[in-house]
Write a protein that binds this ligand. Structure first.
Ligand SMILES: CC(C)(COP(=O)(O)OP(=O)(O)OC[C@H]1O[C@@H](n2cnc3c(N)ncnc32)[C@H](O)[C@@H]1OP(=O)(O)O)[C@@H](O)C(=O)NCCC(=O)NCCS
Length: 144
């Protein structure tokens, strides 16, 4: 398994994982836009030519904001989510960011457990941040 920057050729698979993972899935065009935006960094986990997961963030001034992360259902609980998250962390540190932020649904136990086990701490709650279903977001931060 390798982790490498996301490319145009990956977008079909990435979008498929996105749709299978979220009720409010990003459009294919949103991922195309990512590739055209210089302040965003997106990566994929690839094994034998197959895309198993992806993650990405924006890097603005000294703050990294994790925008998206998902692993295909059949390949969850293999440590891929953690590896993707660590790769973002490494990049953010290389780019001299001072803090990373992310939002997560309050009910998303797998993601919350992953973030907390990687040192992220809850710093706030955004009321009704998500739709379908409507739900609060927990805001997490990691000082780099
Ligand atoms: C969150 C997600 C990316 C984790 O990916 P993953 O590859 O399965 O995660 P890992 O195998 O690296 O697990 C890392 C840690 O996360 C936690 N975790 C992962 N899945 C979990 C689950 N179902 N229940 C509880 N904890 C879980 C555990 O602490 C785990 O460590 P452990 O295996 O040593 O116990 C994956 O569940 C996913 O794609 N979910 C749908 C999309 C999503 O919700 N993204 C987050 C949006 S904020």
């Amino acid at each position: 398994m390798i982790i490498r920057p996301m490319k145009e050729e990956d977008l079909k698979d990435v979008h498929q994982i996105e749709q299978a993972s979220f009720t409010m899935a990003w459009s294919y065009e949103s991922f195309q836009e990512v590739l055209e935006t210089s302040y965003r960094y997106y990566i994929v986990a690839e094994e034998e030519g197959q895309i198993l997961g992806f993650a990405g963030m924006s890097l603005i001034v000294d703050e990294a904001d994790i925008e998206n992360i998902a692993v295909s259902r059949e390949h969850r609980r293999r440590g891929l989510g953690r590896e993707l998250l660590r790769a973002l962390k490494t990049r953010a540190m290389e780019q001299e960011m001072s803090v990373m932020f992310l939002e997560v649904r309050v009910s998303n136990t797998p993601a919350v457990c992953l973030y907390e086990s990687e040192g992220f701490v809850p710093v706030g709650r955004r009321k009704d941040y998500y739709e379908a279903p409507r739900e609060d977001a927990l805001l997490y931060a990691l000082k780099l």
